[in-house]
Write a protein that binds this ligand. Sequence first.
Ligand code: NAD
Length: 296
Amino acid sequence: MATIGFIGLGNMGGPMARNLVNAGHGVKVFDLSPEAVNFAVQAGARAATSVADAAGGVEFVVTMLPVGRNVRDVYLGPDGAIAAADPGTVLLDSSTIDVETAQAVHAAAAEAGLEMLDAPVSGGTGGAEAGTLTFMCGGDRAVFEKASAVLSGMGKNLVLAGGPGLGQAAKICNNMVAGITNLAVCEAFVLGEKLGLDHQTLFDIMSTSSAACFSLSHACPVPGPVPSSPANRDFQPGFAAALMLKDLRLAQSASQMSGAATPMGAEAAALYALFCNAGNGEMDTTAIIKLIRGEG
Ligand code: NAD
């Protein structure tokens, strides 16, 4: 069993840290929110007092933070995790962030004699709770193999996507599809409502037809057909719309940088920007069905 410092105990990191405790690892936790730390401590983790305290004296550091700026804050700088970590510590960043930041942290880690994987996840809060996340990793194969014992405490599918930053590249592609299909499913339910179709009936048909997809089966945007969907709890996240907008913008900036044409991704980013700018960023991504319906 490993010793692990876990930083960022939000909707995803909270249950991921608890799963590591339940798997028998020794877990030290830190978050800016004392409530989040207390919750993890109740599950059997030890409280750290700072990023440096969480990152020192452990074999692995896992981070699950909102955006690239948070990742730079936590890893880089005199009080950051890289300065505090013991030589040989493996750093695992599971946040969804831009490829450039991931590569900058990889480079700083290597300079300090530390190993690193960018290891973003897919599977949502349900996958985080159940320990069934998919990890898409960027870095060296030897580090990936060493980290597998820790990652398998939180996920079922571990994939090495390629070198440093390519885990984030895979995640950006994945979430662009998730953003587009979520909008497509919302549009279909609103069209179905206008045409007089019952939600459950439409769900039963689409989920066994060519419209079947993760957005429909796990995050159905109307209450009823999928009890675990945020649509049944007034769209509390789940996966906040602001985070989806962030990911769609990451895809757009990667498209511009690489010259790829991603017009559907661009449209999805524009729709999420409208929704978030109207004050809905804290709601779950599925709440965008309200915009499609013309509500609020
Ligand atoms: P969240 O906002 O619920 O949690 C982030 C946590 O990080 C918060 O508790 C916050 O206090 C903490 N934090 C921020 N800055 C910190 C710092 N400097 N030091 C310590 N703690 C700090 O976000 P989330 O939904 O858990 O998502 C985290 C990441 O995972 C994001 O990059 C997101 O895009 C990605 N992701 C989310 C989901 C999902 O369904 N929610 C799914 C896959 C990937």
